[in-house]
Design a protein around this ligand. Structure first.
Ligand code: NDP
Ligand code: MG
Length: 388
């Protein structure tokens, strides 16, 4: 940090969360300097971000894309390998690393950034669900790891100044997705196009489909358990249509704290990037028309959305199952998007994969990643048996 200027490396800069983070950087250039940008293969978007933010270096993890980008920006260091990413996230000119990429490829960089005592804002759920036992012990300070996932960001805000031992239970809210009021019969006719039109949030396709099946909330239960060191019985999912309230903490003395705000990822990004300051985000986000009388909560219907029940079972069992869940879900969602299986078959695939594992729990990150891979391969073979 130089003169209150926080120098950022943003992994997943061309994605939906990356855009929210960059909107904050655009609005507060005196507070945030974009030092490094990382994405996978989006040359066009990365090139336009280079021209706008003038980073000191960028990376595209796809080799061919990195080569093409070098032709467009011959004077800029353009990196691509896993070692390059580790170099970026531990760079002395970086204060804060944002993990907003999808998938699990950034886990080792996340470990390196934490180990190097960088501040970290984390949107990527998969890395915590698959690798928490090898990531969380590297967190050195309460303010070092700042969740960007909006519900976890809300819980994190509720816990500022609190002792986590005093938490009785927490509630993560869900909008309920676009099909909250559907019947089971109607759900089987849901198309990818329908699943991609989320009523509240504008997100990447994987997390949008996961929100429609409620698997996203299930994955978030596991994420919260690990991030806040809670037992699975202490983490609950509730529906809050409109997603005004994001997270609720019930403390052991009976006190309840909750965080409510306009549902916009730039709210979470601003709190995580600027902590302990609060930025006036009004130019970016429509102010919340807060009407407490309009807020209501419901229990999610797990018989209609079995993905949530599956994830809760995984949260209880832990061991190899969180990694299997992430792997199987990725393949099942992809198969649904490619119209190989229908919407209600997504949890069917995941359930079959989970119940066919008879190996042991992982003892190392490498073993956890192998189990994730097993989950993907097994899901692919199950999809083939169901293909339309
Ligand atoms: P998007 O699909 O919109 O963006 C993904 C980003 O990750 C892109 O920049 C992509 O680059 C990059 N990327 C993909 N693979 C790699 C890789 N191997 N190495 C480096 N970068 C890579 O996803 P979202 O922004 O929706 O989600 C990102 C993460 O945040 C996910 O884990 C999601 O669950 C989580 N999340 C998202 C929320 C949201 O509102 N969208 C809310 C809370 C959490 P390229 O464009 O070049 O392919
Ligand atoms: Mg969320």
């Amino acid at each position: 940090m130089t003169n209150n200027l926080s120098r950022l490396a943003i992994i997943g800069a061309t994605g939906s969360v990356g855009k929210s983070v960059l909107d904050i950087c655009r609005t507060y250039p005196e507070k945030f300097k974009v030092a490094f940008l990382v994405a996978h293969q989006n040359i066009k978007k990365m090139s336009s971000l280079i021209n706008e933010f003038h980073p000191v270096g960028v990376a595209l993890t796809d080799h061919e894309a990195a080569r093409s980008l070098r032709e467009l920006h011959p004077d800029l260091p353009i990196y691509e390998s896993e070692e390059d990413l580790e170099y970026i996230v531990t760079h002395p000119d970086v204060d804060h690393v944002v993990f907003a990429s999808s998938g699990t490829d950034a886990i080792r960089s996340l470990q390196k950034a934490l180990d190097a005592d960088k501040n970290v804002s984390l949107a990527n759920k998969e890395s915590i669900v698959v690798a928490a036992p090898w990531v969380m012990p590297l967190v050195k300070r309460r303010d070092q790891l700042r969740p960007l996932d909006s519900e976890h960001n809300a819980i994190w805000q509720c816990l500022i100044g609190e002792n986590v031992r005093n938490v009785k239970e927490i509630f993560l809210t869900a909008s309920g997705g676009p099909f909250r009021t559907y019947t089971r019969e109607k759900l089987s006719y849901v198309t990818p196009e329908m699943a991609l039109s989320h009523p509240v949030w504008n997100m990447g396709y994987k997390v949008t489909v996961d929100s429609a099946t409620l698997m996203n909330k299930g994955i978030e239960i596991i994420e919260a358990m690990y991030l806040f060191n809670l037992d699975n019985t202490q983490v609950h999912a509730i529906i809050c249509p409109g997603s005004i309230v994001h997270g609720i903490v019930h403390f052991s003395d009976g006190t309840v704290k909750m965080v409510a705000s306009t549902p916009d990822m730039r709210m979470a990004a601003a709190t995580a990037l600027a902590y302990p300051e609060r930025l006036p985000t009004m130019p970016l986000v429509a102010p919340l028309a807060f009407d407490p009388l309009s807020i209501s909560f419901y229990s999610p219907d797990e018989s209609l959305f079995p993905s949530l029940a599956l994830a809760k079972e995984v949260a209880c069992k832990k061991g190899p199952f969180p990694a299997i869940l992430v792997g199987a879900d990725e393949i099942a969602v992809d198969a649904f998007m490619k119209k190989k299986i229908n919407f209600t078959q997504i949890p069917v695939v995941i359930e079959k994969v989970l119940s066919s594992y008879n190996g042991k729990a992982p003892e190392t990150l490498e073993e956890s990643l192998q189990i994730l891979q097993w989950g993907k391969v097994t899901a692919q073979s199950i999809v083939r048996t169901l293909e339309k």
